[in-house]
Design a binder for this molecule. Structure first.
Ligand SMILES: *[C@@H]1O[C@H](CO)[C@@H](O)[C@H](O)[C@H]1NC(C)=O
Ligand SMILES: *[C@@H]1O[C@H](CO)[C@@H](O)[C@H](O)[C@H]1NC(C)=O
Ligand SMILES: *[C@@H]1O[C@H](CO)[C@@H](O)[C@H](O)[C@H]1NC(C)=O
Ligand SMILES: *[C@@H]1O[C@H](CO)[C@@H](O)[C@H](O)[C@H]1NC(C)=O
Ligand SMILES: *[C@@H]1O[C@H](CO)[C@@H](O)[C@H](O)[C@H]1NC(C)=O
Ligand SMILES: *[C@@H]1O[C@H](CO)[C@@H](O)[C@H](O)[C@H]1NC(C)=O
Length: 195
């Protein structure tokens, strides 16, 4: 016999422990490679959103929001390096606002806060169905708005070269229009995670 009963038991135990350790390492590696940053819309106020039809169809908006960008890696040696970062605001397929964030760096576990507030207008080209949908939203007072964070996070590969990794985070919001008759909704915004 190569191995008695006790020896076998010890061997099995070692084998199981090794498997568990490997599983845990694998899970951590998978999580770490996916959860590199956490994007959240912390607060948002939509105080104007309307269509005017003359002379052209235009969308008038007044939107403010706070976005938090959190670097969730905790083992990286270097700070995260973000490049060509941009925030775009969409209603339906209409991009009505965009913010150029340019390049910035974030240390491990560090958070960057973007406060944005703008009122403006864009010329839009809507089908009659889309105009009807807009009217229905105006009646209920709720609009589905998407805020996208897009850009590149730079990674150093095995050759020590910097490679961009494209990232894109949609934040899907359902915002209640704040009117002078109804400002009670301000302040009870539930933060929205973007993924
Ligand atoms: C946009 O809305 C904010 C309140 O949410 C208000 O303070 C600001 O005056 C508005 N801006 C314009 C140009 O209407
Ligand atoms: C939205 O309005 C509330 C109440 O006026 C204010 O506390 C909050 O800071 C505003 N949020 C943004 C992102 O402007
Ligand atoms: C963004 O707004 C929040 C709350 O309104 C404020 O506490 C914070 O200091 C602002 N941050 C920047 C970078 O302006
Ligand atoms: C629409 O926005 C433009 C700037 O993009 C501005 O010059 C113009 O005055 C705005 N129109 C109205 C009616 O506010
Ligand atoms: C508006 O949309 C229609 C159909 O989708 C298209 O035929 C037309 O050229 C568009 N007009 C403009 C100014 O983009
Ligand atoms: C104001 O908002 C509250 C909460 O969403 C809603 O119950 C109420 O009907 C609204 N009032 C008006 C006048 O729109």
């Amino acid at each position: 016999m190569l191995c008695d009963r006790d020896c076998c038991r010890r061997f099995c135990l070692c084998y199981i422990i090794l498997l568990i350790v490997l599983c845990v390492c694998y899970t951590i590696a998978v999580l770490a490679s996916h959860v590199q940053q956490k994007i959240v819309i912390v607060n948002a106020n939509l105080s104007r959103f309307e269509l005017t039809t003359s002379p052209t169809t235009s969308l008038f908006f007044n939107l403010s929001f706070t976005m938090s960008i959190h670097n969730s890696l905790w083992f990286d040696i270097d700070a995260a390096n973000y490049q060509d970062m941009e925030i775009s605001c969409y209603y339906n397929t209409i991009e009505f606002d965009s913010i150029d964030l340019g390049n910035f760096g974030l240390d491990v576990m560090q958070t960057s806060i973007v406060n944005h507030s703008r009122s403006g207008n864009v010329t839009v080209n809507l089908t009659s169905n889309e105009v009807d949908a807009f009217k229905r939203s105006s009646e209920t007072g709720y609009f589905d708005i998407e805020i996208w964070l897009q850009g590149n996070r730079m990674f150093e590969d095995y050759d020590g070269e910097n490679k961009p990794m494209y990232m894109s985070y949609p934040c899907k919001l359902r915002l209640q229009l704040i009117t002078s008759q109804n400002s009670t909704t301000q302040g009870n915004f539930t933060p929205v995670k973007c993924h």
